[in-house]
Design a binder for this molecule. Structure first.
Ligand code: 3PY
Ligand code: MG
Length: 261
């Protein structure tokens, strides 16, 4: 089976820099994936992406060495199965708040004896190789999103879920759940929660991933000890780059009010 390069990098102690796609376009996916990211995540939760668009985006990522990942819309076994069948080599699942949810999530990513994933010949086999079935359980990354007070309350039990590869912090939802605003740089209460999560994850030798506002924030999280970081998303990169060009063309004069990206 084609190796999971993002997982291999993590196991080798090398940083994984992950791109995040919210624009439903295989062309945009191809542009981002050919930049040299270690992995590229198609976001079906908050991205404007449905299954049909995600399929083409995963195909576009496949022409590069980047590992194709997805963020599924929610903890839903059949949906996760479809995305794995479409060739995702890892799933980031939102709002895993309890050990029961963590067990259900891991099971959805694994074939029986270990899990409940159904088998059918699909694109995953085309991408992974003819021996996909034999190795998928050990190759696919299952990353649970920790982004609530409930998840913090259950942190140790969630992390002790057999077969869970690691976690991915959603700092915005985590902030909201802790009564703080979702800001680019999390405030003190959220920072403390992030530190606690990171320590518990590293103690167990699991993968610690996090969504970051931009490249600088992502670099700081790697220095802090995170293994996989996302330096913002495609929409934000597009907005930032086009605003800079607009400003340059207007000789630095302020553009119209920002659009929130
Ligand atoms: C969050 O910050 O809550 C996220 O889910 C990031 O995508
Ligand atoms: Mg979130």
């Amino acid at each position: 089976m084609r190796p999971n390069l993002a997982k291999q990098k993590f196991l080798a102690g090398e940083p994984v820099v992950n791109a995040w796609l919210s624009i439903p376009s295989s062309y945009a996916a191809e542009i981002v994936a050919t930049q040299g990211f270690d992995s590229v995540t198609v976001d079906l939760q908050h991205g404007m992406v449905g299954f049909d668009a995600a399929l083409g985006m995963l195909q576009a990522i496949s022409i590069t060495p980047a590992t194709p990942l997805v963020r599924c819309p929610s903890l839903n076994g059949p949906e996760i199965m479809r995305l794995l069948d479409a060739g995702a080599y890892g799933v980031i699942c939102p709002s895993i708040d309890t050990p029961g949810m963590a067990r259900e999530f891991v099971a959805a990513c694994r074939y029986p004896g270990v899990g409940t994933r159904s088998f059918g010949p699909a694109r995953g086999v085309l991408y992974g190789g003819a021996d996909y079935f034999a190795h998928a359980n050990d190759t696919i990354l299952a990353l649970a999103m920790i982004e609530s007070q409930d998840a913090l309350d259950n942190l140790e039990a969630i992390l002790d879920t057999p077969g869970l590869d690691g976690i991915y912090i959603g700092p915005n939802d985590l902030a909201l759940s802790l009564g703080a605003a979702p800001t680019a740089e999390p405030g003190e209460v959220v920072q403390r929660a992030i530190e606690r999560i990171l320590a518990a994850v590293r103690e167990r030798g699991l993968l610690a991933g996090m969504f970051c506002s931009d490249g600088e924030a992502a670099r700081r999280r790697l220095e802090q000890g995170f293994h996989l970081v996302t330096p913002g998303n495609d929409a934000n990169a597009l907005a930032t780059a086009s605003t800079a060009r607009l400003l340059a063309a207007r000789g630095g004069k302020a553009a119209a009010a920002g659009n929130g990206y």
